[in-house]
Design a protein around this ligand. Structure first.
Ligand code: SPQ
Length: 422
């Protein structure tokens, strides 16, 4: 075997979704928010930089980030364009906040973010009365947002998206009445949990969330759990490299995010849980994953939003499983940092896998040996990390282009992976 058994412990970096939200919600709260285990990835640093441009002081201490919030109405007009870099979360959640301000702002970002669909937030925010314009008329950034008086709505979202849900809820803080969002399946609920913790009046009923306007939000102490989306690469690595046993500590296992664990278990993975605890309403645990013989499975329906960002690494795992894996209802993958269906299929085919793209997913017949190839990442961090794991078990070496894009969500990824090698 090319790679010896992987052994050891990984402490995954802070959750990206929760890190973004801790800065944003801290900024519009009164008093100081103290964040530990904040993810120092490029996306979250973009969020910090945007809020600094709106007059929020963010102090970076050794192991802590302090956000000196100015309350719901304390942001000031940015001196400059708000550059979100590669981050969809920053773009969409911040738009919800900006819609209710008393100033005009402009948001833009890198090449990838300039192609990602923003109509999904422009539509509901405009229904609330927001003045939000896609400057090139293509429903992408640059967006110009002029703050106005907003009205509460009930929005039936056509897509299970935490970013859409959160944008509407955040705008709802500035509306003249209650705002509700119903989604077709439950997406990650970090905004709901955290906004409640900051003092928002918010209720959840199945897939509907309702928020009341104009709460008094107060700064909080946030301990960010480890990111299950980052842990996913080591879970997969331990499962496919014979003889491996890896413990991944402090992973957020919120049920709206833990689909990867459920799918791996359905495929036959040996996963043991320990040290279960709660961190600010978010469930956390250590897990130990051992090399396992895997079988293909079907992944679809309400499970999809709980593992949407893990589908690239699940596609890799499926190549090492016996039988067929079918991934369906995942058309959302086409509008992430890259078209993740096309890129996974193109790259895995180049490695010799039996994989077919479908309208809303892919079909993988596992068991074919994989070989070296040049991997196009389109600078998508999740594609680069997924193929770094495939590289452990293929013949020859993969040539992964733009490998350093992992710094978007996991700057220490390659060092952590190397630390498990014997
Ligand atoms: O922030 P960004 O660029 O959209 O990041 C991604 C990722 O792979 O890291 C998606 F490409 O994660 C999203 C996730 O897919 C982060 C997120 C959030 O924090 O609310 C929600 C999901 O997106 P969506 O569109 O389903 O709401």
């Amino acid at each position: 075997m090319k790679t010896n058994a992987l052994k050891g412990e990984i402490i995954t970096p802070g959750d990206k979704s929760i890190s973004h939200r801790s800065i944003m919600f801290g900024a519009i709260s009164e008093g100081t928010t103290e964040i530990s285990n904040f993810l120092q990835g490029a996306d979250c640093l973009s969020t910090i930089s945007c809020f600094r441009k709106m007059g929020i002081e963010v102090e970076e201490k050794k192991d802590l980030i302090l956000v000196h919030g100015k309350g719901l109405h304390g942001l000031s007009a940015p001196s400059d364009i708000l550059d979100v870099g590669n981050s969809g979360t920053t773009t969409r959640l911040m738009s919800g906040i900006l819609a209710g301000q008393s100033f005009t702002s402009c948001i833009t970002g890198d090449e990838s973010i300039q192609t990602r669909p923003m109509k999904r937030i422009i539509t509901p925010l405009s229904m609330m009365g927001a003045d939000i314009i896609s400057e090139r008329g293509n429903d992408c950034v640059p967006l110009r947002i002029t703050g106005t008086n907003l009205k509460g709505i009930h929005y039936n979202s056509p897509v299970a998206s935490a970013q859409v849900k959160s944008a509407v809820l955040l705008a709802g803080l500035y509306a003249d009445g209650k705002t509700s969002v119903t989604e077709p399946a439950l997406s990650r609920n970090h905004s709901e949990l955290m906004l409640k913790g900051f003092g928002a009046e918010l209720t959840t009923d199945n897939t509907t969330v309702t928020i009341m306007p104009n709460p008094k939000l107060t700064g909080q102490k946030i301990v960010v759990p480890g990111d299950i989306s980052s842990a996913a690469y080591f879970i997969a690595a331990a499962l496919i490299v014979p003889g491996s046993e890896v413990t991944i500590k402090n992973i957020g296992i919120n049920p709206t995010r833990d689909g990867i664990l459920r799918v791996c278990e359905a495929m036959g993975a040996k996963i043991e849980y320990s040290n279960r605890h709660d961190s600010g309403g978010e469930p956390v645990a250590d897990i130990t994953v051992s090399y396992s013989s895997l079988t293909g499975t079907k992944i679809c329906g309400d499970l999809i939003p709980t593992l949407i960002d893990e589908i690239p690494i699940i596609a890799i795992l499926s190549c090492f499983a016996k039988g067929t894996t079918v991934i369906a209802d995942a058309a959302e993958l086409k509008v992430k940092e890259s078209n993740r269906i096309d890129l996974m299929v193109q790259n895995l085919k180049a490695m010799g896998a039996d994989i077919t793209a479908t309208e809303d997913g892919m079909i993988i017949n596992g068991g074919r040996p994989l070989h070296s190839a040049t991997i196009e990442t389109k600078k998508d961090h999740r594609i680069a990390m997924s193929f770094s794991i495939a590289n452990l078990c293929c013949e020859g070496e993969l040539n992964i282009l733009h490998k350093d894009c992992v710094n978007i969500s996991y700057p220490e990824f390659y060092q952590d992976l190397a630390s498990l090698k014997q």
